[in-house]
Design a protein around this ligand. Structure first.
Ligand SMILES: Cc1cc2nc3c(=O)[nH]c(=O)nc-3n(C[C@H](O)[C@H](O)[C@H](O)COP(=O)(O)OP(=O)(O)OC[C@H]3O[C@@H](n4cnc5c(N)ncnc54)[C@H](O)[C@@H]3O)c2cc1C
Length: 318
């Protein structure tokens, strides 16, 4: 089963989730031929890493202005050349945008936001959360290529094989006539991106205002993590929209998620079910978030968060 991986490249560096896709490819089949579309800027610098991860062919796609439509055009060409049976991409901003468009262009189907994959005698069983994260469903795709977008951190990063080589093929794509990039606005990014952070502290409406987020930031900084929020604080302007966690925000999979003053709506919880450990702090013992949590503290965050912060400082000498 030949596989085509979509690897996102920024300033010559592979996105961390791209290396996880190689582990996913090995899960499908240990002896698959793996081709890669390296898409972004500085893609040539990523060829060696991709070859060492196991790519035998690297298609280079370096548009001046990357739009989802242009990405679909590039990948469509690579799909035709590689004749891959499976296309793997990350459930990133780009991946979430292009998976359905690519499926439509190639006359096939896509399963997005995937959290598990297994090869059952040649039939891929693809698992993703459904009903806002309240249940898991297994899917199969009867047409090829099977398009699969995988949530970050579902698979471990693949180890580099070292000293491998790959054939490189430069791709050209038709620029869609109906889209013109007018301006690039860089998002201010401090610390890791929320989708890639190992620790996330999320604040909800229960914080009562923007001030509470200063305390969450202290806690997150101590743990080397980042702050996120449920939807109401983002709607209210207490926290930037780019930090919204949930079905219409970011899907996160940290080692530790601390949910503070968040009730645990299905729309929020479906964005955090990939977390290894969830700690919930809520004054309502009946709050739904406790059903998703590994550990729960029933109490007022104004007491619990400062006490937790002091204790962590004590333990870490921070
Ligand atoms: C189409 C659609 C998409 C949506 N997408 C998202 C999404 O992506 N992400 C998202 O988060 N939501 C999303 N929502 C909104 C979602 O339905 C909920 O309204 C939202 O998640 C609730 O946020 P919350 O838990 O912060 O607030 P609330 O539900 O109001 O909960 C606040 C919690 O804080 C607790 N609390 C209050 N005071 C304290 C205190 N002093 N100490 C401790 N605990 C306290 C309360 O007990 C309560 O449990 C979406 C809704 C729709 C319809």
């Amino acid at each position: 089963m030949d596989i085509l991986i979509i690897a996102e490249v920024k300033d010559g560096a592979l996105s961390p989730v791209s290396t996880e896709l190689f582990t996913a490819a090995r899960t499908i089949s240990a002896d698959s031929r793996v081709s890669v579309v390296a898409i972004g800027n500085g893609v040539k610098s990523a060829v060696l890493s991709l070859a060492n991860l196991g790519a035998s062919v690297v298609f280079l796609a370096e548009p001046r202005d990357l739009t989802p439509q242009l990405a679909v055009s590039f990948i469509g060409k690579a799909a035709a050349e590689s004749r891959a049976a499976v296309i793997l991409m990350a459930e990133s901003d780009l991946g979430a945008d292009i998976a359905p468009q690519l499926a439509s262009k190639l006359g096939t189907a896509a399963v997005t936001g995937v959290v598990a994959l297994r090869n059952d005698n040649g039939q891929l069983i693809i698992t993703r959360p459904v009903y806002g994260g309240n249940a898991m469903a297994d899917f199969t795709i009867d047409t090829e290529p099977q398009i699969i977008s995988i949530r970050p951190k579902v698979f471990a990063p693949a180890a580099s094989g070292g000293n491998q080589t790959a054939e490189t093929i430069e791709l050209a794509a038709e620029s869609p006539a109906n889209i013109r990039v007018i301006e690039h606005v860089a998002v201010q990014q401090q610390g890791p991106r929320i989708e890639e952070a190992k620790v996330v502290v999320g604040g909800g409406r229960g914080l009562g205002g923007p001030e509470g987020f200063t305390q969450l930031k202290q806690l997150a900084d101590l743990l080397g993590g980042v702050v996120g929020a449920s939807r109401p604080p983002c709607d209210q302007g207490w926290w930037p929209e780019t930090g919204q966690i949930g079905i219409t925000g970011k899907i996160i999979s940290p080692d530790l998620y601390i949910a503070v003053g968040i009730s645990g709506s299905s729309q929020h919880v479906s964005g955090v079910t990939g977390s290894k450990t969830i700690v919930a702090i809520n004054k309502d013992a009946e709050a739904n978030i406790f059903k998703a949590a590994t550990y729960g503290v029933t109490g007022d965050w104004k007491k619990v968060v400062p006490a937790l912060t002091v204790k962590i400082k004590e333990l870490t000498g921070g």
